[in-house]
Design a protein around this ligand. Sequence first.
Ligand code: ZN
Length: 300
Amino acid sequence: MKNSSNNEVGELTAILKAGDFIQKAGISSVPVRLEQYLIKAGIKLIPDTRLKDTEAGRVIPLPDQTIIEVNSKHSIERQRFTVLHEIAHIILELPSKHTSITTTDSLYTYSKRPEEEILCDIFAAECLFPRQFFKPDVNQTEPCMDAVDDLAKQYQASLTATASRYAANTDELCASVLSENGIVRYVSMSKVLREKGFWVPIGMGVPKKTQLDKRLSGLGNEKFAEVPAYYWTNKDTFASRMLCEESILLSMWNQALSLLWFEDDIPQHQIQRSQYDEDDELLPELDGHLPWPGHGRRKL
Ligand SMILES: [Zn+2]
């Protein structure tokens, strides 16, 4: 997720509008039924077999009704995300930054995604994983890729989308990292981990010696490893900690997905004070991630 103050307002709006839309569509179970969203938005969905493999879908605004065409040759998981992304453009009133046909490249790769497109993804993800169902489901599991995989099947969503929402919703110290062509492109993390100051910079190369680095370099096939946390984050807080890392390679778009988590909580005395004083905690969160979380916000 990009982190700028402007974006944060946009994200919040997208999340609130999604929550409103989920309620008005009468979603009461998962996997969510797209029909309910389509009816609420007054949109007709037409599966299309003529779209090329590289084309995910398109919106056709007619005078009396809007039509969404989706590539019916794609997996159900991708079709569901494509449709919700297109609905997001309509509900959020954000014009597409892509061409009239949404290509898979513009929808599923991360190298140059305009802010509007990311906001539509956020809206789509909220609709696909309504938090009133997803958060309790997530918190019944221990972090691991198998848990993410099970939830992906349960919610009929892709592994990458599920991992991102998993990390954002869990009460564990957990992050998901999507890299593409060896560059970190998307990071999602739990509130408690963010409050500890953990941060993986977007745009950096896959850190050396991580399990993912080994796999990308052909030096190992193991998905899981415990690695020093400082491999992934340069925050001093974690200098002496070990981190669980489970990384898988996704051949499509040369992507890789990593789930990172701490087995044990981090004792308060191991957290080093940053340069911020307590008074500074009242400053606005310019990047959405204060270096010091304040006192007593959570169990330790
Ligand atoms: Zn779009």
